[in-house]
Ligand binder design. Structure first.
Ligand code: SF4
Length: 379
């Protein structure tokens, strides 16, 4: 009944729902069921529950409906939809509610032939998903999770209970059992924050400032995984930095549309995915009609600005500068001094095979609080 999508077993007695329990074999919840999930029986038995299709019989807005048989409802809907599908299916705009069946309804719309389908999506979650895709290549929260088995330090932003209820309960239990540290950043010490090892009562709407201050400290201290950024991210992509250029602010591309990097050994541009490329992460490069900087250079210029120093944001965040610096140091210590190596072969996007995986066991879980504020769309 929520975005967690826990598996359930529904037990019947005399053909009626008697009780609901968590499905012990389900990968999401492993048998755990929250009160809302148990209360699904109330929804099922509610006298207000729709039990068949309704057709409006009074004027629009009058609230007068009559129940009609499924056959009649389907014939009516088909009479509306079939001509559209036969002639111009894209003229169907299909919008559904937040009923957790959007995979199915979206698939239905695709089969119908319209690209014009959507469903309810809270800005809180959509912003998180978009930011995850832009920064890490995939949305997280309900579509992924911290590595609960290996995380040694977790930063937990905001509420999170309402959208990741049972999985995060199970995960936090694992962290606590292993002695991993949980730091909660939330204006109110509520819900999961109550079991955090440290709680930072941040001023609402300043999560982004706090995170950029952490980035500022980490960058200043050189605690950045440059090798990872260079090899596996777009941190080395060149951005047109000439304000007079028509492509100012955009990635530089070759004639085939591939983004370019500056190769440190050959002293020229190469496509970003060239297996031989040794991309530069910093510098300014003159490229004929324009000049360009790698993404990481622009990031460093922006975030090493004193405006992002802990001392500059402390008062607005309501968190002492010494605390921000200490959290950054803890983060760096876990990421770099307590890194883990997993014996897991993998192949990167250039086709290079690696026998092991390097893990930096810091995890961040964020839901409301980081994205639902006025400064949303940040990770
Ligand atoms: S967390 Fe609760 S309400 Fe959400 S899917 Fe799981 S059991 Fe249902």
């Amino acid at each position: 009944m929520c975005a967690c999508r826990c598996g359930i077993d529904v037990h019947l007695r005399d053909g009626k729902v008697a009780y609901i329990e968590g499905n012990r074999d389900h990968p999401v919840n492993g048998g755990v069921l929250c009160a809302k999930g148990s209360a699904g029986i109330m929804q099922h038995l509610s006298p207000a529950r729709l039990r068949g299709p309704l057709r409006r019989k009074g004027p629009r807005g009058s609230g007068e409906f009559e129940e009609i048989p499924w056959e009649e409802a389907l014939a009516l809907a088909t009479s509306w939809l079939a001509p559209i599908r036969a002639t111009a299916p894209e003229k169907l705009a299909f919008f559904t509610g937040r009923d957790q069946s959007q995979a199915l309804t979206g698939w239905w719309a695709q089969q119908f032939g319209t690209p014009n389908y959507a469903a309810h999506g809270g800005f809180c979650s959509v912003s998180m998903a978009a930011a995850g895709i832009y920064t890490m290549g995939g949305s997280f929260w309900e579509f992924g999770a911290p590595d609960w088995e290996r995380t040694k330090l977790l930063l937990l932003f905001g509420v999170a209970e309402d959208h990741d209820s049972n999985p995060i309960k199970i995960g936090l239990g694992k962290l606590k059992a292993r002695g991993a540290k949980v730091i909660a950043i939330n204006p109110v010490r509520t819900g999961y924050n109550a079991i955090a090892d440290e709680w930072l009562g941040i001023t609402p709407g300043t999560d982004g400032l706090f995170i950029l201050a952490l980035v500022h400290v980490l960058m200043s201290a050189g605690k950045v995984d440059l090798d990872y950024l260079m090899r596996y991210t777009n941190a080395a992509h060149l951005v047109d930095d000439d304000p007079r250029s028509p492509t100012h602010g955009l990635f530089l591309r070759d004639a085939d549309g591939r983004e370019l990097v500056w190769d440190r050994h050959r002293h020229r541009t190469l496509p970003w995915d060239d297996p031989e490329a040794r991309p530069a992460l910093s510098g300014t490069f003159n490229l004929g009609p324009t000049h360009a900087k790698p993404v990481f250079q622009l990031m460093a210029e922006a975030w090493l600005d004193p405006a992002h120093a802990p001392e500059a944001v402390s008062e607005r965040c309501g968190i002492p500068a010494t605390t921000i610096r200490r959290i950054a140091a803890e983060l760096a210590e876990v990421a770099f001094e307590r890194a883990i190596t997993l014996p897991r072969p993998w192949t990167d996007f250039r086709g290079t095979r690696h026998e092991t995986m390097l893990g930096r066991p810091v995890a961040v879980h964020a839901m409301r609080g980081i994205s639902a504020h006025s400064n949303g769309f940040q990770t």
